[in-house]
Design a protein around this ligand. Sequence first.
Ligand code: C2E
Ligand code: MG
Ligand code: MG
Ligand code: MG
Length: 283
Amino acid sequence: YAAKRRHGGVSGYDPSLDSGDASRLTLQSELRQGVECGELVVFYQPKVDVATRQPCGVEALVRWQHPTRGLLGPDAFIPLAEESGLIDLVTAVVLDQALAQIGRWGALGHELPVSVNIPARSLTDGTFPGAIAAALARHGVRPELLTLEITESAVIADLLRAGEVLTELREQGVNISIDDFGTGYSSIAHLRDMPPHELKIDRSFVMKMCENARDETIVRAVVDLAKNLGLRVVAEGVETETALRTLGDLGCHEAQGYHISRPLPAAELTAWLASSDMSISAV
Ligand code: C2E
Ligand code: MG
Ligand code: MG
Ligand code: MG
């Protein structure tokens, strides 16, 4: 069957989609080697201020340039990295590349905040704030330019410790965003006990917002919740001009999505920034 798919299918047989233990182990050891050999590549997707449509930041999104399988998206290897304990290494590599890139953009006159994705589990690691501080110092980047997007793909086991880690990060001046808000294990109680700076509305709501009244209601509710709590609010998955306008009507601060730009390699994003100085409304 695999052979048949390999010849007849569009994307070929992909062992990362196979649940077999052997192929998982193979991919795991390939990932470890790949990370060490510099095969992780960071793409950047811009965010715009909804009111002015000017770029206001970028999100770092990791890809794996696999030697034989091509460019793999995070969904093909991040879950595996989380299970195998490689995720901390992945985080460190992405953070390092992203902070170096902030410096390069700064030298070109673009002072661009960057958001890096962090699994919620890192918040129970007492050494995490120190590692962030060291990375910022190494690259000479001000903490205000870094946002950590926390994704809760599992329940945070030690909420007390997570609260302490978040407090330490906040005191350093790093921004905290709750990613994919409204899905997963993210809870409204966290907004009371461990307040972030920003909520990021999950793309599943934003993408269907214009066709589905219930999705629009949810987006509206999250925007209102964020604003009433004094938080920034970002919509991801903005695929159309209509969606961007609706977000403007709802008072959402920032937007990110294919309508604005796909995630791009750093050099291509630099070119995009240069051309978006006028206006992106023609995109
Ligand atoms: P996320 O953090 O919620 O990132 C947004 C995802 O939505 C990205 O997928 C982005 O390419 C995609 N996206 C943006 N705009 C649109 C749009 O208009 N339409 C559609 N259909 N999709 C859009 P990507 O790059 O495949 O990343 C998937 C997820 O993988 C991320 O979701 C994040 O949870 C995780 N991830 C990415 N990079 C890292 C990383 O460096 N570390 C960790 N731990 N996780 C990462
Ligand atoms: Mg994110
Ligand atoms: Mg997200
Ligand atoms: Mg998401």
